[in-house]
Design a protein around this ligand. Structure first.
Ligand SMILES: [Zn+2]
Length: 442
């Protein structure tokens, strides 16, 4: 399939930050073939998309997600929680124990349909279903395949449900990692999931490191999300969370440490020294009242800092706005953190995907990059150029409707109509049916 996207304003997010007018973007099969002056492209096109009154930009990337939490929406049965630990015990650790493999699949496909509508083209998930572990990552993968999106999977290993379930968690990670190694595809990637330091004892952690060692794969782990992760880890091991991860061999350039809110300077230095990726999740952090990571300091230490939704939404454009305001509020500084925040979404998430998906080129519109492209309705009220694009992205385009979503050269949504061979109404009906049963078991 060769596609020409014409008449749009192309926000490339390339190194120069080029915003191109009067250019055509040409997609050939799965990649961007070229961006050329309007009307100069040669050859035959299978499809021409008119992007008049639209911006053409890279698809969004979500670097920390939990599909399994989808069916909690509207559930009012959890006890009020006084702190983060109680949020886990009253809600998440009650819910995830009750999930079936069918719940896992429907929780994923529902959110992937939403992701297409929000222009999110790549997602990195962190999954838990402790009484339905074996094969759970395959069910998430099935949903990704059906939706046509790029996905990275892992199972969040934990000792909180006993040794047998911990071993199943290791096995599921390794099984899926092997599967990805044996069937290489730039649509799929595997990480080794760990819930968090405070729920994993030394023995299990060492088993995980041993099992993962054979493969060139990073870990994906909640890190110092609440202060209690530090106090519990200190009590259990005598070390702070990041120091423990450092000495156990968890950190490295393919590892994602999500949150990193309650870390000391020496821990931040260890993350930087090991080139570990950090993913910030401001909406979730505010919702759980755990604090806000000091992103300016993290980015200033040279850490590759991305942004995820931690399952609050799949709307990256909304998350980045909140990230900026959270930083302003937290630092009592209305001009702080603009570039650090913009870079998380519009630059670093693409670099994180590149590491996790073994060299994948996405997140930029440039020759040779993957054709992960979205079109948003946007008639600019002010100058939209190289020097103003980030301001438009955060304050304007973030609220603009996504009209078209293309992943790997395949049109998944056009003129806001999902183009997949799926019955969205039937999927939502089945999700309502399964979630009602889940709530009864909760
Ligand atoms: Zn999370």
């Amino acid at each position: 399939m060769r596609i020409k996207i014409t008449n749009g304003i192309i926000i490339t997010l390339n190194e120069n930050g080029d915003v191109l007018y009067n250019h055509d973007l040409i997609i050939n099969d799965k990649v961007i073939e070229a961006i050329v002056p309007l009307g100069t492209a040669q050859g035959v096109f299978d499809k021409i998309i008119d992007a008049k009154n639209q911006v053409v930009m890279p698809g969004y990337i979500n670097t920390h997600m939990h599909f399994y939490s989808t069916m909690v929406r509207g559930l009012g049965k959890a006890e009020p929680s006084a702190d983060f630990q109680e949020v886990l015990t009253n809600l998440w650790w009650r819910l995830d124990k009750k999930l079936t493999l069918d719940d896992v699949y429907y929780s994923t496909i529902v959110m992937l349909i939403e992701a297409i509508k929000k222009g999110c083209t790549t997602l990195i998930d962190h999954h838990a279903s402790p009484f339905a572990i074996a094969g759970s990552l395959d069910r998430i993968e099935d949903a990704f395949t059906q939706a046509g999106l790029r996905g990275a999977m892992c199972y969040e290993l934990s000792d909180r449900d006993g040794a047998k379930i911990a071993q199943e968690g290791i096995d599921e990670n390794i099984r899926y990692i092997k599967k990805c190694h044996e069937n290489p595809s730039d649509m799929r990637a595997a990480m080794f999931g760990l819930h968090a330091s405070f729920t994993i004892g030394d023995e299990t952690l060492r088993k995980a490191v041993q099992a993962a060692k054979e493969y060139d794969v990073g870990f994906h782990v909640h890190t110092a999300e609440a202060e209690s992760d530090q106090t519990d880890t200190l009590k259990m091991t005598g070390k702070r969370v990041v120091e423990r991860f450092y000495s156990e061999g968890i950190l490295g350039k393919k590892t994602i440490a999500a949150h990193c809110i309650h870390i000391a300077d020496k821990e931040r230095a260890l993350l930087a020294e090991t080139d570990t990726m950090v993913v910030h999740n401001p909406q979730s952090n505010m919702n759980n009242a755990v604090g806000i990571a000091y992103t300016v300091k993290l980015a200033g230490s040279g850490i590759l800092l991305g942004i995820g939704t931690d399952a609050m939404t799949v709307d990256m454009a909304q998350e980045v706005r909140v990230a900026l305001w959270a930083q302003h509020l937290n630092q009592h500084n209305p001009t702080s953190a603009f570039m650090e925040t913009a870079n998380m979404l519009y630059k670093n998430n693409g670099l994180i995907a590149e590491r996790v998906f073994n060299g994948l080129k996405t997140g930029i519109l440039e020759k040779g990059y993957k054709a992960d492209v979205i079109l948003c309705d946007y008639i600019s009220p002010t100058e939209l150029s190289n020097s103003t694009a980030l301001g438009h992205l955060i304050f304007g385009i973030s609220g603009a409707p996504v009209d078209t979503t293309i992943v790997d050269g395949k049109i998944l949504m056009e003129k806001r109509i999902i183009k997949l061979d799926i019955d969205e109404q039937a999927i939502m009906a089945k999700s309502r049916e399964l979630s009602a049963k889940l709530w009864n078991r909760f």
